[in-house]
Ligand binder design. Sequence first.
Ligand SMILES: CC1(C)CO[C@@H](CC(=O)O)CN1
Length: 431
Amino acid sequence: GGGNVLHIGGIFPIAGKGGWQGGQACMPAARLALEDVNARRDLLPGYQLKLHSNDSECEPGLGASVMYNLLYNEPTKLMLLAGCSTVCTTVAEAAKMWNLVVLCYGASSPALSDRNRFPTLFRTHPSATVHNPTRVRLMKKFGWSRVAILQQAEEVFISTVEDLESRCNEAGIEIVTRQSFLSDPSDAVRNIRRQDARVIVGLFYVVAARRVLCELYKHNLYGKSYTWFFIGWYEDNWFEVNLEKEKVNCTVAEMRIAAEGHLTTEALMWNQNKNERTISGMTSEDFRLRLNDFLRKEGYDIENQRYPEGYQEAPLAYDAVWSVALAFNKTMDRLHKYGKSLKDFNYNNKEIADDIYSAINSTQFLGISGIVAFSSQGDRIALTQIEQVINGSYVVLGYYDIQADNLTWFDREVWKATGLIIFNIWNKHRR
Ligand SMILES: CC1(C)CO[C@@H](CC(=O)O)CN1
């Protein structure tokens, strides 16, 4: 390859319906990060990092062909970045044959936390199981010892529920029933009611969530004596939109009544301290403004974003490129000691691959998405946020740091049942 350039491959969900909205902003975010790391004189001195990328449309087959094109054509790539869970599964399973580390910025599937199947996988996107310690922590806080599970029959939710069940067992919390459905939740919801479960964890994509909520309204499974956990990464007004289009036979008013009071958990993807300078020198707010500016120039539709922060996962792609640059920087220093260089990598020298692996494995820096560090399975270590719908909109109730088992709580929760309010007042004064 030309001169002192370090090449990496990138597979992004650009077009196609499979791509989650955040996905489209991942390649632009990665481009911004490349600009920034290449501008730094203290990073990879004398080298430029170059990203060769193409569109997977979030389809594993297309993603595989993009990977083959990247690997069967010059120049040699030193690492691969990939997006969606399906694409990342395919790419990460094959990458070991080329001794390549794969860094996924948009894959949430718990199945990817498997060093046997994916020995060289790391991800800046947390696994969906990151919600579970948060759910269990809240069940303990509020003394909920009997919970039910309602899930859509999708791989990501099946493996998330398995992790949730084992954590509930460890915590002495009884799973009274586990109901699953493919696309029509009515039977499953009826079974939940029959079991008289009062705390229910719901795991489904947002279209199914609207159908579930309408069923809850029809079966009166909402309000003062029910607590629902939903996933927090749906768009904020998810329960008020697309009702006609998706033939949900509830009115917006009915959906609002059923939605009132439910809790959500989600992984934080934007550094919460908006004034805190990260490794790039930008705060997460600086990044949001700069990304939106960049996207506007590229013709992206900025206005109808589903999150106030814009494209939710963009920081994960930005931080992934920084992870690569910092890992290569470490590896260059080590290789120089025995007269080698990353330029010598040719998909076959295992010792250089192992050096890159151990460099990425010891990643630890403050990125736009918060502290970037990986578990031994290559999973992103992340903070989670708990919200509740109060008077129709989401209110942050607190944050949970799983590693430190530290729950930051703002005492803003509102339960409709007067009994619970009296109990909470008494309970607070008792301490
Ligand atoms: C939070 C979400 C929407 C979970 O799915 C990820 C996509 C995937 O896992 O394929 C993107 N981020």
